[in-house]
Ligand binder design. Structure first.
Ligand code: PA5
Length: 445
């Protein structure tokens, strides 16, 4: 394993006997997960996905990515939640910070269908202008409002620009294998089709075509990503906590939760990692937040947010635990420029690199937060590459599976997400929601 889990900074908060005490529960959770005896066991396809995936489709993903690069200056990736966060996280982390602005970039990638903003859609239409573009529409159900709406908009634009036939050759659809509105349309129009496997829920789908196609379009080696996930799949099989970092992470969170640490902050020290946190928030929030239980997942980007959230984390309500994802060796590094005069007082840093300063800041912040009563765990990522990211993705996925069973909930459903949708549909006048619509309008008036 190249990623490393360090939990020495929870020592003041969790005694080693407590890990021994939770070991039996972890063994049970492991058996539920591995043997499919826990709730939600129809959705365990992600557990062996890094080794057990559709190799024929994987080859088609690489071919389609190449075709998109040849055919289009812009790829619009339409999806929401699990249908976009993993791809966005990987593309941001594994490419140049200004990927879309670089002249070498073959195909710029823009995401749509993850909000209901007409300004955003209009601005993207404007940005596309007379440039060639393709669309990757990603929706397991095909009926999620945000992506369905955006897809209508960009499908219309494609047809206006290229005619029906031309549009059909520029739509890449990732959806359910057998059913659903998008599936039906995809088959009818003969769009290139990729599958969201039945056994893999949205938030676990980054290593399926859902994430892999857009990630491959950005030029990332998706085989290395799968290799990394495979390395983690092999590493995190032992139910013995002393031999399994991902399970230890899950166990420590559970112990801390019982001590009142009910909000977890995922902190990163690289702007390119912001969306890893967004992906992680969905993974943990949607998996654990059930039956009025679960750790509330939040995130900060350091050092940026030390200047806005640092005060609260240091000295606010003491229900916070912090997990840092720290990149140990960034792809590039910069030395501190030397100057004759020392007007800014930074002369003492002249022998250092910017990354060394970042690392010292990380170390100092960890200690300050621990001293302030915030237990701290760190996941160290050796390098900014696809292999490390594959490991990290799997580390969190397997941890949340175990964690869900430690909380005694079904980590693989998301029934709570439906409640707001029912209200929204009722207020929008969707057929079948008439009664609820009346009731809600009365309440609003
Ligand atoms: O994890 C989930 O289930 C959700 O975030 C879904 O991925 C999201 O709502 C999108 O659903 P769909 O792919 O059906 O459009």
């Amino acid at each position: 394993m190249t990623i490393k889990f360090d939990y020495k900074n929870v020592e003041n908060f969790v005694g080693s006997h407590e890990l021994s005490e939770i070991q039996a529960m972890v063994k049970t959770a492991d058996s539920q997960l591995r043997n499919g005896t826990g709730s939600g066991s129809d959705y365990l396809g992600w557990v062996n996905l890094p080794t057990d995936y559709d190799k024929e489709e994987f080859t088609r993903i690489k071919e389609a990515a190449k075709k998109i690069q040849d055919q289009s200056e812009i790829l619009v990736v339409i999806g929401i939640g699990g249908s976009y966060l993993g791809a966005k996280a990987a593309i941001d982390f594994l490419n140049h910070s200004f990927y879309n602005e670089q002249s070498e970039t073959k195909t710029k990638i823009y995401f749509a269908g993850n909000s209901i903003s007409s300004s955003y859609l209009n601005d993207l239409i404007h940005l596309i202008g007379d440039k060639d573009f393709s669309v990757n529409v990603i929706s397991k159900s095909g009926t999620t409002t945000e992506p369905a709406l955006a897809f209508r908009v960009f499908k219309e634009l494609l047809i206006k620009k290229y005619g029906e036939e031309g549009a059909n050759s520029r739509i890449y659809s990732t959806t359910d294998a057998n059913r659903g509105a998008l599936y039906e349309e995809t088959v009818a129009k003969n769009w290139e089709r990729f599958v969201v496997p039945d056994s893999v829920g949205g938030r676990f789908s980054v290593l399926t075509a859902v994430g892999l196609l857009p990630i491959a379009v950005s030029g990332v080696d998706i085989e290395r990503l799968m290799d990394g996930a495979q390395s983690a799949q092999n590493a995190y099989t032992d139910s013995d906590l002393s031999k399994n970092d991902a399970y230890t992470y899950a166990a420590l969170r559970r112990i801390l939760y019982d001590k009142g640490f009910t909000t977890e902050i995922l902190a990163n020290w690289e702007p390119s990692m912001q969306y890893i946190s967004e992906w992680w928030k969905q993974l943990f929030g949607e998996s654990e937040g059930k039956n009025q239980k679960g750790i509330y997942p939040s995130s900060v980007n350091y050092s940026t947010d030390l200047h806005s959230m640092g005060q609260y984390i240091q000295d606010g309500r003491r229900d916070l635990l912090e997990t840092v994802i720290k990149l140990d060796n960034p792809v590039s590094n910069l030395s501190v420029p030397k100057t004759e005069e020392d007007g800014d007082g930074l002369g003492y840093l002249e022998s250092m690199t910017v990354d060394e300063i970042n690392t010292k800041a990380f170390q100092g912040v960890v200690l300050a937060h621990v001293d302030g009563g915030v237990p701290n765990m760190a996941v160290h990522i050796e390098k900014q590459d696809a292999f490390n990211l594959g490991e990290l993705i799997y580390f969190f996925e397997i941890a949340v599976g175990i964690s869900g069973y430690l909380f005694g909930i079904n980590p693989f459903n998301q029934e709570g997400v439906e409640d707001y949708k029912r209200n929204m549909f009722a207020l929008l006048g969707k057929p079948g929601y008439e009664e609820r619509g009346k009731e809600l309008r009365n309440r609003l008036n």
